[in-house]
Design a protein around this ligand. Sequence first.
Ligand code: G4F
Length: 339
Amino acid sequence: MKQVALITGIAGQDGSYLTELLLSKGYSIVGFDNHSVRMQQLRLRLADNPHRSRVLLELGDVRDRDFMTHLILSSRPDEIYNLAAQSHVGVSFQQPKVTADTALAIKGLLEISLEIHPVARIFQASTSEMFGDSPTPQTEHSNFNPLSPYAEAKLEAHEFLIEFRQRHSCYACAGILFNHESPLRREEFVSRKITRGIAKIVSGDSTELRLGNLAARRDWGHAKEYVEAMWLMLQQERPEEFVVATGKSRSVEEFVASGFALIGENWRDYVVSDQELFRPSDPPDLCGDAAEAYRKLAWQPKIPFAELVREMLLAEIGPENSLAIPRVTGVIPNSSRTR
Ligand code: G4F
C-alpha cells in the first residue's frame, strides 16, 4: 500500500531533499511551511519531478493546533517528519520566544497525533547544539549542555519526546543531527555565507568576506544523506535516538580555506573576523560519533567534506566558471584581517 508522509517545514533544505527521497520511494506527501517565498522555490524545484502530482503543499504553521489537527485528520499520514523550527542559533539569542515556540511545537504534534491518529510514526529533528561544550566525540550517551536559547528549547523538546514515548508507547524518535549543508542551505548559515561570499569575490561584486568566530569546529555533512537517516529511523522495529554525523569536525577557518583554495586564492587576503558577528556563547567543537546509526540503520555518510564545499561553490559560481581558475583577476585583496 502507498505510504503517506506529512512533512512540517517542507520548504527548507531538509524538507526539499526529504520530499525528493520519499517521492522516489513511492510515498505521497503532504507538506507545509509558513514561508511563502521558500514554498514557491520548492514548487519550482519540483516542477521537473515526474512524481510531483503526489505532493500536496499548504501554507501553515506548526504552532497552529487547529491547522495541525485538520492536516493530520485529512491526510492520515503513516509518517510525520517534524522539521519546522526557527533553526538559526544566532537569531535565537535575539528571538528566544519564537525559537522556543517553534521548537516546542512537537509537544502539540505528539498530543494531537496520539489523540486522533496514533498509528503515525513521528520523527523529530533534534540537534547537536544540545551538546554545547560536552567533550568530543559526542554520542547518544554524551551529556547535554546547551549554550543558546535554540539549544535549550531543542533539548526541552527532545526530552519531552522521549518521556512522551515512554508514557504512551508510541513510535516517536529524534535524530540528533549534526550540521548538514548543501546548495539549498540558506545564506544565514556559515557554509552558504562562505560559498556565496567567495562567488561574489570571483564576480567582482565584493572584495571581502566578513565572518564571526573562525575557531568554532563543526561536523559538516551533506543534507541529502542526512534525510536518508531520518527515513531509516522511522523504518526500525523500535523507535530510538541516533546521532547523525560524519565523525570529523573542522573549524570555520578550514571551511573558508577549502573554499578559497578552490579558486586559487588565500582566504587571509579576503576574510575579516568581526567581533560583532560573534555569538554570546558558541559550542567550541561539535563532532559526532554515528557508530550506532551505522550499526543499526546501516547508515553511513559518503560525500566527503571537500566535495560538499566544491558542490556548494559550483552551485554559486555556475557550471560555466571552472574552479580550476588559478587566480581570480580584478580583485583587490583586503589588507586587514581582523577588526
Ligand atoms: O552555520 P551556523 O550558523 O550553524 P550552527 O550554529 O552550527 O547551527 C546549525 O547546525 C545545528 C546542528 O549542529 C542546527 F541545529 C542548527 O539549526 C543549524 O542548522 O554556524 C556554524 C558556526 C558557528 O560556530 C558560528 O558561530 O559558524 C560560526 N560562524 C562564524 N561566522 C558563523 C559566522 N555563523 C554564521 N551563521 N554566520 C557567520 O558569519
